[in-house]
Design a protein around this ligand. Structure first.
Ligand SMILES: NC(=O)c1ccc[n+]([C@@H]2O[C@H](COP(=O)([O-])OP(=O)(O)OC[C@H]3O[C@@H](n4cnc5c(N)ncnc54)[C@H](O)[C@@H]3O)[C@@H](O)[C@H]2O)c1
Length: 401
């Protein structure tokens, strides 16, 4: 078993292969220096902690030695030869495989404007080192992109006594993953703390410590960060003529168009039986873990389809955003107000099936309901909308229905 890419999904897959009974060789090849590590802290505690940030190795990667999993770090794969079932590395090494897993992840999308190279990005542990020096008291951080990274960075900057200006070219924040009302509430949390926003305007050019917008405005700061999305790392798959369309295409079992090659995590665009025929690329830590565990198992045992409900969270200040399922498939939205600060939205498809849930506010208030929501989505439940909206009625009762 050979795995290309050494992130969270790869680590989970390798451990799952052993857990599924595979006793042969498992080799993970990745270009990063570190063992697979957790990326969620990079935009938060790794920036805000006083102590210098250390790589937080993933739980599964801590088991590599005990499980006899070989990890070749600092090694770039340059070609997959499907006919001879071999991969080739930049160092000239050739490694044969019976089954191959592509867990190549994604890269920060570059900002293609004049001076774009001045903008820092955040994807790796090393990127945090570069950013930390600009996140101190009295600093002004200019962030292009009002998505998850942009907002988490803005919250971290603010916690450290800096101020952030977010420049988003759409009309509002988080268009990729949440409903307008939640986006508005999140924006309010930021503005109350002194962060600023510009919407529906593009960046014309970037200088080392300022940005010029297409409306002529020039904003000065201490650093410019580009947080304009992630692009899947599909070059190896494309070169090997494996089907790609916004990610490496897989069926619900995470098999690519080559029966001996699988894909998972940020690079994979996979079908999911709960969410119709269209394959989807999910960019979240939990999905990487769930798909990794599933694909590792599927490469060893008779395959089973994806069933875990996609889920992610985002911590900003003392609030949390959680999203489960596929809110974009909802035809109807039902609001459940949990307290003055915390709202949960349910997304029901045309036939009344619960397909998504999203909540923002205090974790202690929303956690239980979001957990139940995930179970209801997994069960393709068709809950009564009035029941969902009534915050005094316990959602758990719907599980028994
Ligand atoms: N909590 C989490 O789950 C979490 C946290 C951080 C990052 N991530 C992941 O990291 C990846 C990258 O995050 P991200 O925030 O960069 O991506 P994103 O897709 O969440 O947000 C990108 C934002 O940039 C905007 N944008 C795009 N081009 C622009 C331009 N030229 N000018 C101004 N705005 C522009 C988009 O409209 C969008 O709002 C994603 O895969 C994300 O899911 C996840």
């Amino acid at each position: 078993m050979v795995i290309i890419g050494a992130g969270e999904a790869a680590a989970c897959a390798a451990a799952a292969m052993r857990d599924a009974g595979w006793t042969g060789a498992i080799t993970i090849v990745g270009e990063e220096r570190h063992r697979p590590y957790e990326r969620p802290p990079l935009s938060k505690s790794a920036l805000t902690d006083e102590e210098q940030p250390e790589v937080r190795v993933s739980a599964e990667a801590l088991r590599f030695d005990a499980l006899g999993i070989v990890h070749k770090s600092d090694t770039r794969v340059v070609r997959i030869d499907r006919a001879s079932k071999q991969i080739h590395t930049l160092d000239g090494e050739t490694i044969g495989y019976d089954k191959l897993l592509l867990a190549t992840g994604a890269q920060a999308r570059p900002l293609l404007v004049g001076g774009g190279e001045y903008a820092l990005t955040l994807r790796s542990h090393e990127d945090v080192w570069a950013l930390r020096q600009f996140f101190g008291k009295g600093r002004h951080v200019l962030i292009v992109g009002g998505g998850l990274i942009g907002l988490e960075l803005a919250a971290s900057a603010n916690e450290l006594g800096a101020c952030a200006t977010i420049i988003e070219n759409r009309e509002r924040l988080l268009t990729r993953c949440v409903e307008a009302q939640i986006a508005e509430t999140i924006q309010k949390t930021h503005t109350q703390r002194g962060n600023r926003f510009r919407f529906a305007v593009d960046v014309e050019s970037i200088e080392r410590d300022s940005v010029t917008l297409t409306n002529g405005e020039r904003i000065e700061g201490d650093v410019v960060v580009a947080a304009v999305g992630a692009q899947p790392d599909v070059a190896l798959a494309e070169d090997a003529d494996i089907e790609v369309d916004n990610g490496i295409l897989t069926d619900a079992f995470l098999r690519t168009s080559d029966p001996d090659i699988f894909a998972c995590g940020d690079c994979a665009c996979a079908k999911h039986p709960l969410f119709g025929d269209r394959p989807r690329r999910m960019e979240s830590w939990q999905v990487a873990r769930d798909q990794g565990a599933l694909v590792g198992r599927n490469m060893v045992l008779p395959p089973v389809p994806q069933s875990a409900v996609p889920w992610f969270w985002s911590d900003q200040y003392d609030c949390q955003l959680q999203v489960a399922g596929m809110p974009d498939l909802g035809a109807t939205v039902v609001e459940r107000r949990l307290d003055s600060e915390t709202i949960l939205y349910f997304y029901l498809s045309k036939n009344g099936t619960l397909v998504g849930a999203a909540a923002y506010g205090y974790l202690r208030t929303l956690a239980k309901d979001m957990l139940v929501s995930q179970r209801l989505i997994a069960a393709s439940a068709k809950p009564d909308a009035a029941f969902l909206a009534a915050a005094d009625r316990r959602l758990k009762a719907l599980l028994a229905a």
